[in-house]
Design a protein around this ligand. Structure first.
Ligand code: NAP
Length: 315
């Protein structure tokens, strides 16, 4: 394997470049082919979620690669996530995920958002009537139960602010191993990274390229003149600069591509070396959170009345 690793607070090693599998089309064949190409290039960290619908295609591609001896299960790091409508029963949700993947365990299981939805809601963009009373303490107990049962090797959270993690630590028996959040050169998460470092919680960066081409995403990162000039200087691409910047901060970076060229380009970030001046220049870039979570905010049923509430003012 060409990848490198960071060690988590539970002793697991997380490969620092991950492949995302969310695509709005969710075409099973395209996803499967892309994962197959990625394995051959040396990717071993794959990110999915029940709500993406990509678990069956990902599992199929990984299981085929295992049976063709391209990779061993122990070399893979598979992350999936608990959707809001499953907060009442994480164990059953993870069993469903494992069934979708055709696997006996996932490496990491994350609470996708600090949002609880009614059990029948499978809409990534919930309506006002879809929200249920948030109770992260019982949700986390369910996550800990998943770990006890051996359905996953590690548990963590996603889209959690410092404040939400701090509250969770008051009652958690198991400290989250990972907090997966938006992070790229234009949303650098310095406060959250410092906070997580203090508790030995690994930060994993999603939308590590800023999501160019996504309906919620932006080309602001890959088309930024600073990123482009650093890329030119190193004979690299803007995407490689963005990913290498993330790696330089000690996080794992998750980028989605289903194109052979771009998958190769993205894992090529491991070979790029940035200079101190480059990193300093990136620190001066304007900050702009792209995934703000507007859909999880409303005036009546959500625990969050405003975007500031959702992120506890850390935005
Ligand atoms: P991203 O990886 O920053 O961007 C993906 C977009 O960039 C796709 O449109 C892709 O198109 C394009 N792309 C990929 N490589 C490129 C390159 N080298 N140059 C230019 N464009 C490139 O954003 P993301 O998909 O939002 O995030 C990545 C993964 O993180 C997701 O797939 C998902 O697994 C995870 N995620 C998690 C959460 C969460 O709440 N925990 C939220 C969002 C995302 P092509 O496929 O055509 O290359």
């Amino acid at each position: 394997m060409r990848d490198n690793y960071q060690v988590l607070n539970n002793g697991m090693a997380i490969p620092t470049i991950g492949m995302g599998t969310y695509s709005p089309e969710n075409d099973r064949r395209t996803t499967e082919n892309a994962v197959k190409m990625a394995i051959k290039m040396g990717y071993c960290h794959f990110d999915t979620a029940q709500i993406y619908g990509s678990e069956p295609a990902l599992g199929n591609a990984l299981n085929k690669a295992i049976s063709n001896s391209l990779v061993e299960r122990e070399e893979l790091f598979v992350t999936s996530k608990l959707w809001g409508s499953n907060h009442h029963d994480p164990v059953s949700a993870l069993e469903q995920t494992l069934n979708n993947l055709g696997m006996e365990y996932v490496d990491m299981f994350l609470v996708h958002w600090p949002v609880r939805l009614k059990p029948w809601v499978l809409n990534p963009l919930p309506n006002e009537e879809d929200f249920d009373q948030l109770d992260l303490e019982t949700t986390w107990e369910g996550m800990e139960r998943c770990l006890e049962l051996g359905l996953c090797r590690g548990i963590g959270v996603s889209n959690f602010s410092c404040t939400k993690i701090e509250r969770l630590l008051d009652y958690a028996s198991v400290i989250p191993a990972v907090n997966q959040v938006e992070m790229h050169p234009m949303w650098r998460q310095s406060k959250l990274r410092e906070f997580c470092k203090d508790y030995n919680i690994h930060v994993s960066a999603y939308s590590a390229l800023g999501g160019p081409g996504n309906y919620w995403g932006s080309t602001a990162v890959v088309q930024n003149p600073i990123i482009q000039s650093i890329a030119n200087k190193h004979n690299a691409t803007p995407a490689q600069v963005a990913l290498r910047w993330g790696l330089s901060k000690g996080v794992s970076v998750i980028a989605k591509s289903f194109s052979k060229e771009r998958l190769k380009e993205n894992i090529g970030a491991l070979d790029l070396e940035l200079e101190d001046d480059d990193l300093l220049e990136i620190e001066q870039m304007e900050q702009w959170k792209i995934m703000r979570g507007e859909y999880y905010v409303n005036q009546t049923t959500s625990p969050y009345r405003t975007i500031q509430d959702l992120w506890d003012g850390e935005i």
